[in-house]
Design a protein around this ligand. Structure first.
Ligand code: HMG
Length: 386
């Protein structure tokens, strides 16, 4: 059987962050509510000239530089922060990266879940055409109303993954557990910039749908719970994953081993929710922060997208995987950031969407080589600063 899975993956995050202690101080909240209650420290905040396209292109650039473009015939762009009702954001990225023209590009949406649909579709495509590769980009800006309970769970970032029949990092297992239910826990009508969310209900549905997806995974012949060496969860905030991990242990009538989920939370704690990219940021965090060698070890992944679709699946970490990670690059992206004052955070938050006919004003300078320069005749213009 052809092995299929992730050959290479990387993430990108904005240059600026807000410390949740600043938000706590400003709102008269005990900082421990954020650091312990929801398990978050910092949230990434994009600049005006950063969007899902620039974040996605930045995440994909090192992946493409390392693996080349040969064989890539599909770009799947997973997001719920769309910039256009018609054109797929992935086409801009395709252009910025110089990908082959004989390539299909589409955008996928289902809240935070769509990158998992992209991954499973990519595996199906490569199974049929093992000489082809699929570039998946998950890119989102998580934004909630100011002074709402959800404000502390904002964030932004992108993950790029190359799926091929040479999975140097993670082979994806064939078993997958699915569960879909029509519910209103989190949604964003087209006329709103921020989502509507029933926060506590959403957390309950996250847990109940995980149980359903796990049961389906087991009934499909999936791996035994105790064989999974690490677990990665969709991470709206890291305490959510700790609750999910406890719930899964309970379902399997075993005691909780937090060491099996903590490495996957390290990056998300200091970046925040990046919706479709969140689970895959957790996967990178797990691979880069687990001290033990995971070569040959199966790991479990739980994907949740409000509305709601849940999927539990697994994969096997490949021998030599560490040679294909970008640990130094990722740690530098996290460490070399600039903290925002509360006033600068507000300026960025209140910035109107870029309008037609004007250059994009940028009160705080972004980093990276791809930027949104202007919108002219209703067309977005991106620049490559290199
Ligand atoms: P809240 O009103 O701040 O909740 O909203 P809380 O008052 O219950 O506090 C949260 C926790 O902090 C509680 O712990 C408190 O006890 C604790 P818990 O009972 O849950 O174990 N706490 C403290 N701990 C230490 N020291 C203190 C202290 N004070 C309180 N001093 C909520 C929290 C998550 C509801 C809110 O942030 C929210 O609405 N977030 C957005 C929705 C969300 O993230 N939902 C998660 C599941 S849905 C999902 O993941 C999908 C999503 O990513 C979207 C998509 O799919 O596209 C969101």
């Amino acid at each position: 059987m052809t092995k299929i899975g992730i050959e290479k993956l990387g993430f990108y995050i904005p240059r600026h962050y807000l410390a949740l202690s600043t938000l706590a101080h400003r709102n008269g909240i005990d900082p421990a509510k954020f650091s312990r209650g929801i398990g978050q420290e910092l949230i990434a905040v994009p600049s005006h000239d950063e969007d899902i396209v620039t974040l996605g292109a930045e995440a994909a650039r090192p992946v493409i530089d390392a693996c080349g473009t040969d064989g890539i015939d599909t770009v799947l762009f997973a997001t719920e922060t769309g910039i256009d009702q018609s054109k797929a954001a992935g086409i801009y990225v395709h252009g910025l990266l110089g990908l082959p023209a004989n390539c299909r590009c589409v955008e996928l949406k289902q809240a935070c879940y769509s990158a998992t649909a992209a991954l499973q579709m990519a595996c199906g495509h490569v199974a049929r055409k093992p000489d082809r590769k699929v570039l998946i980009i998950a890119s989102d800006v998580s934004r909630y109303d100011l002074d709402s309970p959800a404000e502390a769970t904002q964030g932004a970032g992108a993950v790029a993954m190359l799926v091929s029949s040479d999975p140097k990092v993670l082979e994806i297992d064939p078993w997958t557990g699915l569960f879909t239910q029509d519910i209103m826990d989190f949604w964003r009508p087209n006329y709103r910039k921020t989502p509507l969310v029933d926060g506590k209900y959403s957390a309950l549905r996250y847990l109940s749908t995980m149980g359903e997806a796990w049961n389906d995974y087991v009934s499909q012949g999936g791996r035994a719970y105790e064989d999974l060496a690490q677990f990665c969860y969709h991470l709206p905030f890291s305490r959510m994953a700790q609750k999910a991990h406890r719930q899964l242990a309970l379902l399997n009538k075993t005691s909780v081993d937090n060491e099996k989920c903590l490495p996957g939370m390290e990056y998300n704690r200091v970046i925040g929710n990046c919706y479709a990219a969140s689970l895959y940021l957790s996967l990178i965090s797990m691979l880069e922060n687990t001290a033990a060698d995971l070569s040959g070890q199966p790991v479990g992944l739980f994907s949740y997208g409000s509305g709601a679709v849940a999927e539990f699946f697994s994969g096997v970490v490949q021998p030599g995987y560490r040679d294909h990670l970008m640990v130094a690059h990722h740690k530098a992206l996290i460490d070399e950031r600039v903290e925002l004052s509360y006033e600068d955070y507000l300026t960025l938050w209140h910035a109107p969407d870029p309008q037609d006919g004007s250059a994009v004003e940028n009160p705080v300078a972004a980093r990276g080589r791809y930027r949104l320069a202007k919108i002219d005749e209703h067309k977005r213009h991106y620049i490559d600063a290199q």
